[in-house]
Design a protein around this ligand. Sequence first.
Ligand code: GLA
Length: 726
Amino acid sequence: MIVLDQENKLFTLHTQNTTYQMKADQYRVLLHTYYGPRLRGGDLSRLIQFADRGTSPNPNEAGHRRDYSLDTLPQEYSTCGVGDFRLPSIEFEPADGSRLADLRYTGFELKKGKYALPGLPAFFGGDEWETLVIHLTDSTCKMSVKLYYGVLERCDLITRAVQVVNEGGQAVQLRRCASLCLDLQGGDLDFITFDGCHAQERSLSRSPLRQGVQSVESVRGTSSHHHNPFVILCDHNANEDCGTCYGAMLVYSGNFLAAAERTHLENNRLLLGINPYHFCYTLAPGECFTAPEAALVCSPCGFGQMSRSFHRAIRENLIHDPLEGKRRPVLINNWEATEFGFDAEKLVSIAAAAAPLGIELFVMDDGWFGTRDSDFGGLGDWTVNESKLPGGLGALVPRIHDLGMSFGIWIEPEMVSEDSALYNAHPDWVLEAPNRPFARGRSQLVLDFSRKEVRDHVYGAIKQVLESAEITYVKWDMNRSLTDVWSSALPAGRQGELFHRFVLGVYDILARMRRDFPGILIEGCTGGGGRFDAGMLYYVPQFWCSDNTDAIDRLTIQYGTSFCYPVSTMGAHVSAVPNAQTGRSVSMETRGVVAMAGTFGYEMDLNHTTAEEKETIKRQVAFFKEHYELIQRGDYYRLSDPFHDPFTAWQQVSPDRREALVSLVTHANRAASPFRTVRLRGLDPQAQYRVNGGEAWPGDVLMAAGFPLPMPTGDYQAMQLYLEAE
Ligand code: GLA
């Protein structure tokens, strides 16, 4: 609910459990007055304190009033070079070379429904949303700034976006334009980020915010394996069930900056948006720039509720699921089994071993096209390599269908190999700076997706493949970071737009694919989880979590991912042991339980499994299908911290609390291991739950005292408890 007090220029945004407020003051400066647990309302600017702080300047209109400074007051969207020395949200450079921005309130609009952003992904929905647009202007530079707020009450979600229009008569360079600025007055806060690298993505890292700026960012052209565009600010004592926490995500898939600053006055600022590194966007008179959407959830009672709010909002208001209301298929992918070394017979044999176990979709990974026999060639030539697949897809796909399975295919549209017909024909289509040898990444080059003719060509080729056979699933991969970011299609003064234009180009092709093939399920992948972000999830409902398929490493990867992203988005497969990345062997049981915390599939040659393992797989697949709704759409609870506890456990609970599934994996075992219990969450305390069809346990006992765990007899043992209320 958005409440307006026009006379006092006071704007209050209420969600089910939170309140957010801003106010334009007597100088038309937009102050942020409050964000936190829900309050009745009223003018919360009374919380703001004024004092003369010697080094903090005062705006011209304040005259000699020394207790009024942009440097100390909480700003809704911070300015630059005119008195606030903290992180600036926006910076303009007009022809005179000044790099200042001073924004003052000029008006607002209130609308039912949710705003959309041209060419950019954004949360969507009907009339349960409300939109507030606040208008600000820099009157010297004639730049108008619109701050968009979308409110989705039931998910405690507040979205934000920013549009900048050059209303003047001369071009202006936009040098930074954050999507979100959040000033939180006072309080000791922790900053949580999700960091890592290829094969170790989204490891939770938490540290107290100290004076100065702490930040994570990407300058790789993708959101990256290294840091995720999702961060949390929270109370020092916040945990799964208590403490106030603020989760902030960027709905964007390119370079980003998430920076938290704590000042000498113990005020805190969070800034999130496109990274100002290598960003400079020229706005001609009348032109508009739209910054990507950011989304906020504040939970007054810990991380669990924050995550569940994000999960629901992402599932229901961000993702377009082509299988809406239906179950997504359990898949088998040939990559870890064969890499490039396959032919049609090999693929059919993998599918044939999988079909009787209940697996429903066969995915042909990298290596089916052009001269792609290794990662040195072929990318860009999206025509079937008939020496591997005689008769092409027309011959292969019916054989997969005859097994009762559907067919999926791997592509990597943004890339080209030097050894390819495409590169030979269009060497100028890659990102490459004049007179400078380019860098290779995984021996491949990046196509200039800012150029429409490049996108048209690539999309045309891919469309032809997708139309040539009955294909119901696409794995969209992207296996290198961007270097040599220079485009022959842009003038020198506009090269600072290229990183962003590349991302817009990717979104353009994804949007075309969704328009032309609405029934195809697309799984995103970027060398594993290097672009696992809300921007991609708008186009692809699931994303390969990591190239690391070791079940034990996956515990921490999936744990970190779950803070923002729901189970139904996390690509997770059972692979062969010893694991290709770690050399570790864990049981089929354990691998299945871990992969079931995601979109679930297998990535191995099942011809090489024992009869007993096949039986286990059959049971796993049947169990997953039976409990699909609960696993994929149930409310998600983390029951332990895999970095500190002796086991990792998580739980899904049906919205009516009649059903729950607890999954648990023990860590390395030790002798004389103590008795342990796992405390459940989110149950009905009054209900009696039958556990795995046996004994009934009261909900309050399971939550307060916990369920006793069997003594582990080895490392990494898995257990699942299915609870049904009597
Ligand atoms: C990336 C993906 C893998 C696989 C290979 C194929 O690494 O993450 O899953 O598709 O590419 O080259």
